[in-house]
Design a protein around this ligand. Structure first.
Ligand code: PLP
Length: 287
């Protein structure tokens, strides 16, 4: 079976899927995206992802490429046509195709939309979560509007590549005051020695992660103690546990930071429990 992508109104073979060379996403990173988890045949938290997509678009003054309900339909279609049971679905919307010029294109240029889906192994993800991941810190060097989920991910690419070259799977950005902001493609959390869950406030130079929001709901429901405040790299070294959250990883324990063990160097019980509970709290409605 060949993979299928959706490109500007058509379902095409993934191998043939293409956008124009003057697409503004390609030339200026002038676009936004979303990634939803596909779990057990379900698309996870689509309404929240579409809300965030709408917010990103409106912050950049890009129109919806089509009605929100149509976008929702295409997301489900692409997952179905690729027979993805576990994996992810990706949507990208750019300001469209126009002669290269920094100014917005003339009236009437339609935004471009691309949707792809790909399968991944749930067993491999579970095995990774049993082991935990290593994280490597990196100086925060992104623009202040990281709350907008733009495709301008060059700093994230460099930070994550640096992590890989230093034995890690994720980077943790550290701001000028020594506080962790978030991961290269995840939100960052610790559990203190006293058992308090800590994550940076959503309004404070991070992407407002959907997974982060769902995990906060679980934490509240379970009556766990938490604080939304910045934590320093130093505090993370001394934490009992650490973990990251994202649609791509759900809840993933962090067992090493800059080569040092976190806690006993094994995934913590709080992170593992939150991972277990995660899909009890997600929205799997097909709307
Ligand atoms: N932070 C960054 C920089 C990200 O790129 C992502 C996801 O791509 C996240 C956090 C996690 O967001 P979500 O839970 O919505 O996937």
């Amino acid at each position: 079976m060949s993979r299928i992508a959706y490109v500007n109104g058509q379902y095409v073979r993934h191998a043939d899927a293409a956008v124009h060379v003057e697409d503004r996403g390609y030339q200026f990173a002038d676009g936004v995206y979303e990634v939803c988890e596909v779990w057990n045949g379900n698309l996870v938290d689509v309404p929240r992802h579409l809300d965030r997509l709408g917010r990103s678009l409106s912050e950049l003054r890009i129109d919806w490429p089509m009605a929100r309900s149509a976008v929702n339909f295409v997301l489900h279609q692409v997952v179905r046509r690729n027979r993805v049971r576990d994996g992810l679905v990706y949507i990208q919307v750019t300001r469209g195709v126009s002669r290269r010029d920094h100014f917005f294109p003339p009236e009437g240029v339609a935004p471009s939309i691309v949707v792809t889906a790909r399968a991944s192994s749930a067993a491999a993800a579970a095995a990774q979560a049993e082991e935990g991941i290593a994280v490597v810190s990196y100086p925060e060097n992104r623009w202040p509007r990281v709350d907008i989920k733009t495709v301008a991910l060059l700093p994230n690419v460099l930070a994550k590549q640096n992590a890989r070259e230093n034995g890690g799977k994720e980077a943790w950005y550290v701001d000028a005051d020594g506080f962790v902001t978030e991961g290269g493609s995840t939100n960052a959390w610790i559990v203190t020695k006293e058992g308090v869950l800590v994550t940076r406030p959503a309004e404070d130079r991070i992407l407002r992660g959907i997974t982060r929001a769902v995990v906060l709901e679980i934490i509240k429901k379970e009556g766990l103690t938490f604080e939304e405040r910045p934590f320093s790299l130093e505090e993370a070294f001394n934490a009992k546990e650490a973990f990251v959250t994202a649609a791509t990883t759900v809840v993933m324990p962090v067992t090493r930071l800059d080569g040092k063990m976190i806690g006993n160097g094994h995934p913590g019980s709080v992170a593992s429990r939150l991972r277990e509970l995660f899909h009890t709290a997600t929205d799997l409605r097909v709307v």
